[in-house]
Ligand binder design. Structure first.
Ligand code: 9MR
Length: 468
């Protein structure tokens, strides 16, 4: 519709001899991150927080059209909304909602249940009272914001990085994993219209923590628990590598019948900034946006505030920062901003630096090694390509890409005593040096990738890999 109108106007203006000039101005006037995301059926948002709402230069950009969605960084959390038992305060949350409504932005509610930013009285409750307090809190907060938020992060960060449940959560300590289903059921009863999400970090790519989340969501769905979505925070850092196979990871969750969203995106770096780091950061932004756009059920992207002026990063990671597409002076960073525009299908006025796919790498030192080359397999067969994506003393991360037929089996024999400790995207059997990998149910149809961690010593030769 917009394109048709635009083409008509452009034709008239071309006849008047002003085509190029007006086209450029019209593009500049209408193209924002939100308008581009909307053209893809998605939203593009920024978190915000109450102290920032008095900064008029900041709010001019926040509410100026770039963003169609916001998430309150702090003001809907338990320590703000119920600092004393059963005494609720919604003033700060309401202020964010009021700003959002005045500027055409929808609001993600964040968060009903988290082990952080909990008032002391919750942690001091006897175990027998935790469930009632939790349900009372969720009911009151979700009822208050009913009709004002389109989604809730019901449960935030339930997992440790190794995929075990976070036992330091007072809810887990009192109720075990049952707290999660109870929280979702309570939230649904209080606000039947909001999409209910579980949200975590370091689940963005394939790996043990993402597997744990995947298994949890699958179980919740099979039990009829009212969960609608999974949030991927995407707090990334260029020095740790891009998450492994993000798009495939999002897709396997979507295939469980839930929406997915990028909820807290930022891409930090070790300071100071330089052009190389900025270019890498732009690649990460581009890859995240492209992963979301490629997954039909990825509903939108939220950056965790839009400017370095109000980023949480420097106070948490000493010596790191510059994580957002606007700098601390509220100036757009052309590299990061243009990368997002381009990934959303927009055009940039000046050439943007070329953005290529970041390859995944672990947080430790990386020594890339050559991967076996392969040609397209004949019909009914398959081909596997093995590569080492990161290596450190005693350990390495491998990745195998499979093309060809559905329902593959990949085998190889290690020559140097390597032993796999963990594998994602498939199931592994290792018997001595012989390794056999079959796909996880969601990963049977190529192009498919699986990754693994393994030990090595002395030599780490690339094995000959077979696919059948
Ligand atoms: O942005 C939030 C920051 O202002 C708070 O100090 C911090 C306290 O833990 O929480 C930040 O937001 C977090 C979010 O709620 C959940 N995921 C991680 C975010 C960054 O810490």
């Amino acid at each position: 519709m917009r394109r048709t109108l635009f083409a008509g106007a452009a034709a008239l203006l071309a006849a008047a001899g002003t085509f190029t000039f007006v086209l450029t101005r019209a593009e500049a006037a209408t193209q924002t991150l939100q308008s581009l995301a909307a053209a893809n059926g998605r939203y593009f948002g920024s978190a915000t927080d109450n102290p920032e709402l008095t900064d008029t230069a900041y709010t001019a950009i926040l509410g100026g059209g770039e963003f169609g969605q916001t998430t309150p960084g702090n003001s809907m959390k338990w320590d703000t909304t119920e600092p004393t038992r059963n005494a609720f305060s919604f003033t700060k949350g309401d202020a964010v909602v009021t700003f959002a409504q005045a500027h055409n932005m929808k609001v993600r509610g964040h968060t009903l249940l988290w082990h952080n930013q909990l008032p002391g009285w919750v942690s001091q409750l006897p175990a027998t009272e935790v469930q009632a307090a939790m349900e009372n809190h969720i009911t009151a907060v979700a009822t208050h914001f009913r009709g004002k938020v389109f989604a809730w992060d019901v449960v935030n960060e339930p997992f440790n990085d190794d995929g075990t449940f976070r036992s330091t959560s007072p809810f887990y300590a009192a109720m075990g994993t049952d707290y999660i289903a109870a929280a979702f059921r309570t939230a649904r009863a209080a606000d039947p219209d909001a999409k209910l999400y579980i949200n975590d970090y370091n689940t963005d790519g394939l790996g043990a923590k993402a597997d744990a989340m995947y298994n949890l969501v699958k179980t919740l769905k099979s039990q009829g628990v009212p969960i609608d979505g999974v949030g991927f925070q995407a707090h990334l850092a260029i020095q740790y590598g891009f998450p492994s196979q993000m798009q495939q990871n999002l897709q396997r969750f979507a295939d469980l019948g839930v929406d997915v969203a990028i909820t807290e995106l930022d891409v930090r770096m070790v300071l100071p900034r330089d052009s190389t780091k900025d270019a890498t950061q732009a690649t990460y932004y581009s890859n995240v946006v492209k992963a979301c756009v490629a997954v039909t059920r990825c509903v939108g992207i939220t950056i965790w505030d839009y400017t370095d002026k109000y980023s949480w990063v420097p106070s948490t990671f000493s010596g790191q920062g510059a994580a957002l597409p606007w700098d601390e002076n509220l100036q757009q960073k052309p590299t990061a901003y243009n990368a997002i525009v381009t990934a959303l299908g927009g055009t940039v006025s000046s050439p943007s630096p070329s953005v290529s796919s970041a390859s995944p790498s672990p947080s430790r030192s990386v020594s890339p090694s050559p991967s076996a080359s392969s040609s397209p397999p004949p019909a009914g067969s398959c081909t596997a390509t093995y590569k080492i994506v990161g290596s450190w003393p005693g350990g390495f991360q491998g990745e195998v890409n499979v093309t060809g037929k559905t329902g593959w089996t990949v085998t190889w024999t290690f020559a140097n005593g390597q032993t796999i400790s963990q594998l994602w995207g498939g199931t592994v059997t290792q018997s001595g040096a012989s390794v056999t990998v079959k796909p996880a149910s969601w990963n049977a149809t190529p192009p498919a990738t699986f990754g693994f961690l393994a030990s090595w010593n002395g030599t780490n030769a690339i094995p000959a890999v077979s696919c059948s």
